[in-house]
Ligand binder design. Structure first.
Ligand SMILES: *Cc1c(COP(=O)(O)O)cnc(C)c1O
Length: 398
């Protein structure tokens, strides 16, 4: 009997008891709106912002309704206008081009390398086409951030980082989200902290932070923030910035604060699982593991490998055989978007030229979630299953 995996790839851990207790406190108070504070009280949302700013080493933080909202707000706050072109990754998820479309701007896609990061040569070639790069650290893979920032600085391109998959990650010890002008994070259930929905935006730029606060819907209550610039920064901005409501509430903030305190420990646990799977996959004929650079501090909440230059029906065969043994793999090479596996040519609202070099890579990307509910033994079993099925299909095809 072949081994079968029985776990769920979409089951996250429960919300910690401490977070549940904090949520109950907020509900008992009735003060769920972030600006509904008792005399002298600092709201949970404001405290979360303060703590997340400290965690990333940023001056300012704004908590919002989603990661997608954080990105659109960042684009607006740095002055992207309808019709502007914005560089972004060809390999990313739908909310990224969606944030660009939300402000009426037009995505210009930059290719993906076999290391699953943005292609810096393609970026350099296209850097004169836009003033902004919305850089997605897709699936947690960090590009060479020094080289990337050098290209963008030289071309006068402002960088916004999409850190939906890199909360807790770093490049040469510098936290992801703090190299560009703005860092955007998601607190949605499948990311690194879980409030169902939610987003965070960090920046060191007082003007951008003040605009983001106003945009998020602070009315004139920005004085109740604990990680926002001083009132002077709002003097003019308060009149010229539209309110596009997308605040976070105290209930979400209350359950996020204990999770943030535990984030470092969770990252360690993710990486133990990631490395167990990686170890089991390494050396599988026909399968390429993604080598992670020394300078990268990863958070292995998902894992990718390449079945590069495989025939489509062979990849599908691997997916079906793994699924039959309980291992849920996602493939970015499919002609149609399935679940979250859309790609640059799925977004038909963008008139994107074909990218054959990226198409070859995308056609080979296989992706798997690594929830913390998996044990290390689960991870070893999953790797054995993938290894056996990839080898079987590869050998039959040879
Ligand atoms: C989830 C995700 C986002 C945004 O998240 P939401 O909170 O769902 O809006 C942004 N980028 C990537 C790559 C994501 O996976």
């Amino acid at each position: 009997m072949p081994e079968v995996f029985k776990g769920s790839f979409t089951q996250q851990e429960p919300i910690p008891e401490e977070a549940i207790a904090a949520a109950i406190e907020v509900m008992r108070s009735g003060r769920l709106h972030r600006y509904n504070t008792a005399h002298g009280e600092v709201a949970e949302t404001a405290l979360l912002e303060q703590e997340f700013a400290a965690y990333t080493g940023s001056k300012y933080c704004v908590a919002v309704a989603s990661g997608g909202y954080a990105m659109a707000t960042a684009l607006r706050a740095i002055g992207v206008r309808p019709g502007d072109r914005v560089l972004t990754n060809a390999f990313t998820l739908a909310p990224v081009p969606g944030a660009i479309a939300a402000v009426g701007a037009v995505p210009v896609f930059v290719g993906v390398t076999e290391s699953l990061v943005i292609d810096l040569e393609d970026l350099a070639a296209k850097a004169d086409q836009a003033d902004v790069l919305l850089l997605s650290h897709m699936r947690g893979h960090l590009a060479d951030m020094e080289a990337l920032m050098a290209i963008c600085d030289a071309a006068g391109v402002t960088v916004i980082e999409d850190c939906a998959h890199t909360m807790g990650a770093a490049w040469k010890g510098v936290p992801s989200g703090t190299q560009g002008k703005v860092g955007c994070y998601s607190c949605q259930t499948y990311k690194h902290v879980n409030s169902g929905e939610g987003g965070l935006l960090v920046t060191d730029d007082a003007e951008v932070a003040a605009r983001a606060v106003m945009l998020s819907g602070s009315y004139m209550l920005y004085g109740r923030h604990a990680a926002a610039p001083p009132p002077e920064a709002f003097a003019q901005i308060r009149y010229e910035t539209p309110n596009i409501s997308g605040r976070m509430d105290n209930l979400r903030a209350a359950i996020l604060r204990p999770q943030l305190r535990d984030l470092q420990a969770r990252c360690v646990r993710w990486n133990a699982r990631y490395h167990e799977i990686e170890k089991g996959l390494r050396g599988t004929p026909g399968l390429r593991v993604i080598e992670r650079p020394q300078k990268e501090t990863i958070v292995g909440s998902s894992i990718q490998f390449l079945l590069l230059d495989w025939a489509e029906h062979h990849v599908k065969d691997v997916l079906a055989r793994c699924a039959a043994r309980g291992v849920e793999l996602k493939w970015f090479g499919g002609a149609e978007p399935v679940g979250f596996t859309s790609r640059y040519d799925s977004w038909k609202y963008v008139d994107a030229p074909a990218m054959p070099v990226s198409d070859r890579v995308l056609a080979g990307i296989v992706d798997m979630r690594v929830p913390l509910t998996f044990t290390i033994e689960d991870c070893a079993l999953i790797a054995r299953i993938i290894r056996a099925e990839v080898s079987a299909v590869y050998q039959a095809a040879a």
